[in-house]
Ligand binder design. Structure first.
Ligand code: TXA
Ligand code: MG
Length: 336
């Protein structure tokens, strides 16, 4: 869905931005309690939060993002005890939760019997996505609110995920109530999503490298089926919608040279002969952690140049490279 299609909101809201702090956590909690929409930083990307138990608030969240309604949301909580009220854990999921929470990992689990998360947020599925974020600002807000908060990335659906409060404001100003500005985020790509409703399966590569998860499980993670990865109609982890992380400018991958009119997203030593004014480097020293943190911000800046295409240098697939390449492949899917 293009942002243009969803730009007509019934009412224009006066979006406030406040600096993170104790007052901000209190303001965020009271806004959430009133059914409002609050953007806040997590360690991965900025999230757009709503009360996970309030279907009206969630409906407004889908509307603000222009998100297809079949795309379910992650419920964020502050503690494992709170997570257990939402979802059922087995041996595998408990091990992962204890090893990696708080942190950049989401678990998709069978719903608990009296799961308080609205059916609208889980898109009617029997499973629910849960995460305990590590960012202190997110944790303060969750603690002040005391209930689960659903939070997709705080961008217009189909757009690049936000890593600063300014990105959130660029996309959602006038559509949401509050933005809590906690500065740029650390990780820069979304959480890794692991399904633990059968054998553990990697639903979305992300901020926690696959190898760390496999080390704790002592076995390789299964891959989702081919169909789940490509079907827009019934996506398994619909971050997997084929074209999801999308700048407006076409993206050309594995570039070894720069065509006329293109700008370059570089990694490692820059291409010889490329005009430095047309280049942004994810990590001149070839560090994948630094590259992940820069990915969405650089894509936005290059997109704003209105070039013929964004050429992207090859990026190794290990560690966070798997998540970076996944996002870049989606950004490169041709759109009509
Ligand atoms: O890092 C993150 O995960 C960020 C921050 C804000 O926490 N959130 C985020 O949310 O990326 P979102 O909504 O952009 O992506 C959540 C993904 C979607 O692909 C969604 O379809 C998938 O999680 N998901 C949610 N519930 C699911 C379920 N029950 N089964 C399978 N996939 C699910
Ligand atoms: Mg998203």
């Amino acid at each position: 869905m293009t942002p243009e299609k969803t730009s007509k909101m019934p009412v224009e809201l006066a979006t406030r931005t406040i600096k993170a702090g104790r007052d901000a956590a209190r303001a965020a909690a009271s806004c959430l309690a009133g059914g409002g929409l609050v953007a806040f930083p997590t360690e991965t990307v900025y999230g757009l939060g709503a009360d996970a138990t309030n279907a009206d608030a969630i409906a407004r969240l889908y509307l603000a993002k222009g998100r297809p309604s079949f795309n379910p949301l992650i419920a964020h909580v502050g503690t494992l005890a709170a997570a257990k009220k939402i979802a059922r854990f087995n041996e595998h999921s408990l091990k992962l939760a204890q090893s990696f929470w708080p942190g950049p990992m989401t678990l998709v689990l069978p719903k608990a019997e009296s799961c308080p998360v609205s059916d609208l947020a889980t898109a009617g599925l029997e499973t629910v996505a849960v995460r305990i974020p590590a960012h202190p600002v997110a944790r303060d807000i969750l603690e002040a609110f005391g209930k689960p908060v659903v939070a997709p990335s705080a961008n217009v659906s189909g757009h690049v995920s936000p890593t600063t409060a300014q990105h959130v404001s660029d996309d959602l100003s006038g559509r949401i109530d509050l933005i809590v500005d906690g500065g740029p985020v650390d990780v820069g790509v979304e959480s890794t999503i692991v399904g633990c409703f059968g054998e553990p399966v990697l639903l979305r590569p992300g901020g926690l490298p696959r190898a760390e998860i496999e080390r704790v499980l002592g076995a390789p993670l299964a891959q989702p089926t081919e169909e789940a990865d490509t079907s827009d109609a019934h996506p398994l982890a619909p971050g997997m919608l084929a074209s999801h992380y999308a700048p407006h400018t076409p993206v050309r991958l594995k570039a070894s040279h720069l065509e006329p009119g293109e700008v370059l997203l570089a990694f490692g030593p820059a291409l010889s002969g490329a005009d430095p004014l047309r280049v942004l480097n994810l990590s001149p020293r070839g560090d994948l952690i630094e590259a992940a943190a820069n990915l969405f911000g650089h894509l936005r800046l290059l997109d704003a140049r209105e070039a013929r295409a964004i050429a992207v240098m090859p990026i190794p697939d290990d560690g966070l490279g798997e998540a970076i390449n996944d996002r870049l492949r989606r950004a490169a899917v041709p759109r009509g």
